[in-house]
Design a protein around this ligand. Structure first.
Ligand SMILES: C[S@@+](CC[C@H](N)C(=O)[O-])C[C@H]1O[C@@H](n2cnc3c(N)ncnc32)[C@H](O)[C@@H]1O
Length: 297
């Protein structure tokens, strides 16, 4: 309400969020107030009597209304954090913290996997958070990494391109294109690293996902077909023309709980020359990342 001190406004709004079943209502109310008004959490605590202007009150009320309907926080503010940077998320899957493990894995192994100018392909990029982060983290060490990002959703690509513009110089070697998984003939055509977090939920399980996910996140970003493994099967089948001719190509795949064994089997049945298999669990000790070092063909 106009004229109310923010402390009272926050507490009333937190009560609304509590009724809606939001887990950390006071904290979320404070974060939404910060997003609506620019008043930081520290300022909220040290200046509890401060008041909002008319516009800020309206925006804050709208944010609380949306959150009470369980709209994910990131879709209300239009952004989320990934690897310490803010990414726009409209029309995309909201990046999950577990996906940062892929970045750590690449950075930990960069000296072994890359020499000179790394050529990176990210399939199913969504916001582009993964490929853009790799570009930004690697460019200080390697001259001009080339990063190609693909997604089938034009709406997701629009967000991805906005994220590229936000973080990358105009002449950077990073490009986002529409493709059904792998790009059509494109330069470069061969890559040192191919990375993907494809949709992996079984079609029949989509309806069982939490309401925040089912009702708000794009189903195109979730649906991995009948057994959830359609994209892994396609990657295994279609990857060959994109492997480096001069050295190894590292393939890194994020996947869902309990899918590791089946994906390993899919790749074992190909004629790809696998030099090494990489298996990484997430913070909950769930199987999460499967990788292969593939020998040049
Ligand atoms: C699980 S999301 C991953 C987004 C992002 N890489 C991340 O980790 O946060 C999967 C993405 O795959 C895209 N996608 C779905 N089907 C596709 C296809 N056939 N070809 C390319 N991308 C596809 C979706 O639009 C979505 O952005």
């Amino acid at each position: 309400m106009i004229g109310e001190p923010i402390d009272l406004l926050i507490r009333n709004s937190a009560a609304q969020l509590t009724q809606a079943g939001i887990e950390n209502p006071l904290y979320e109310a404070r974060l939404l107030l910060e997003a609506a008004s620019g008043i930081s959490l520290k300022e909220q605590l040290t200046q509890p009597d401060r008041q909002l202007n008319v516009r800020q009150v309206q925006v804050f009320a709208e944010y609380i209304k949306l959150r009470s309907k369980r709209t994910p926080f990131a879709y209300i503010t239009g952004q989320t954090e990934f690897y310490g940077r803010t990414f726009q998320v409209n029309n995309c899957l909201i990046p999950r913290p577990e996906t940062e493990l892929l970045v750590d894995l690449v950075l930990d192994n960069r000296k072994c996997w890359f020499s000179g100018k790394p050529r990176i392909l990210e399939l199913c990029t969504g916001t582009g958070c993964l490929g853009i982060t790799l570009y930004l983290e690697l460019k200080t060490e390697f001259v001009d990494p080339t990063v190609l990002l693909t997604d089938i959703s034009h709406r997701a690509l629009a967000t991805c391109k906005a994220n590229i513009i936000q973080y990358c110089e105009a002449d950077c070697q990073i490009e986002a294109i529409a493709a059904d998984l792998f790009p059509k003939p494109h330069k470069p055509q061969q890559f040192d690293l191919i990375i993907a977090n494809p949709p992996y939920v079984r079609s029949e399980d989509i309806g069982k996902l939490a309401a925040d996910v089912f009702e708000y996140e794009p189903h195109l970003a979730l649906d991995g077909g009948k057994d959830g493994l359609v994209f892994y099967r396609r990657i295994a089948k279609e990857i060959k023309p994109f492997l480096s001719e001069t050295g190894n190509t590292v393939l890194l795949l994020e996947h869902g709980l309990g899918q590791r064994k089946a994906i390993k089997q899919i790749f074992a049945e190909t004629n790809l020359d696998i030099e090494k298999t990489i298996e990484i669990d997430d913070y909950q000790k769930h199987d999460r990342i499967l990788g292969f070092v593939l020998k040049s063909h």
